[in-house]
Every structure is written in C-alpha cells, then in structure tokens.
Design a protein around this ligand. Structure first.
Ligand SMILES: [Zn+2]
Length: 170
C-alpha cells in the first residue's frame, strides 16, 4: 500500500480531528521542529498548537524530544511526524468500521423498524409502541419498514471492508 497524502489526511483527521491537517501538512517532511515554530507557521496560538500536538501524540502520530533553553531555563519541545503509524491506523480504522457495521447489521436484522409515509423519523418496535404507532412529528400512522435494501447495503460494505483487510494480510 502506498501512503498518499490523501490517506495521511484522512487517517490524521479521523484519529486526531480535522483541525490538525494544516499542522501535519507542515510537519510531514520535517524533523524536530519546535512548537513555537509550528504555531507560527500554521498561524495558531501556542496553546492551541500544543493541544493539537498532544492529540497527535496520543494517537502515536508524532514524537518529541525536549531541550532545555539555556537562556530562559525552561524546556522546549521539538516534534517529528511518525509516518509509519499511518499505515497501521489506516487498517485499524477499517477494522473499527467493520465492527461497527457488523453490529448495525445485527440491529437491522433482529429488529422491526417503523416509518411514516413522510419519512420524518425512524422508530424501533418499542418506540413505535410508545407512540401508539403514530409519527411523533406529523401524527400519521407509521408502517413497518422494509429494510432489505439497507441490510444489503451494509452487507456489501462489510464484504468490501473484509476484502480490503484481507489484501493487507497477504
Ligand atoms: Zn411523520
């Protein structure tokens, strides 16, 4: 698998939030950059920049070294992007998505759902009973939904993800 910058951005924003993308774009091909310089380059306050760096650090996407500033006496942190982590997280996120889809599939297959003709809301059996089978939005009667299409879509997505994950282990 070739790690393109699109994949980097996708993984980074899923793991640490979309707001860190400019930071990663700047840091990507550099080494040991101080947080002050990073803040200056991405035009953010140092505190905000630190917050982003800690979030990236928690996901293991950056590492740091610290050096004591001789004049000021405090420590300055120098950060480096960890590109090896991208590939791992890319598949990790896929695995999580797969688990999610599996439990959604179970929910769809083992429950009855109800919708009104205006499609205001979707209720499970218990909720529909609570509302006396009337839509809480428009008051019309709700009918049992045929969720075969939804189930098929989820199953297709599961198959696709499984294939992508299998490709990796080969
Ligand atoms: Zn309705």
């Amino acid at each position: 698998m070739r790690v393109t910058s699109k994949i980097v951005e996708q993984v980074v924003s899923e793991a640490s939030g979309e707001d860190v993308i400019p930071l990663i774009k700047y840091l990507k091909d550099k080494k040991n950059i101080s947080e002050f310089k990073i803040a200056e380059k991405i035009k953010k306050e140092v505190n905000e920049t630190r917050n982003m760096l800690y979030r990236l650090y928690e996901a293991n996407l950056v590492s740091f070294i610290r050096k004591k500033d001789k004049k000021k006496g405090w420590y300055i942190y120098y950060w480096t992007f960890n590109p090896k982590r991208i590939k791992y997280l890319f598949y990790d996120l896929k695995r999580k998505r797969l688990d999610n889809l599996k439990s959604r599939l179970g929910r769809e297959e083992n429950n009855y759902f109800f919708i009104c003709e205006d499609n205001c809301i979707r209720l499970d059996f218990e909720q529909a009973t609570d509302f006396n089978f009337k839509c809480p939005e428009c008051g019309k009667l709700v009918n049992q939904e045929d969720n075969a299409q939804k189930i098929k879509k989820i199953k297709d997505e599961i198959e696709k993800l499984k294939k992508e994950l299998k490709k990796r282990s080969n």
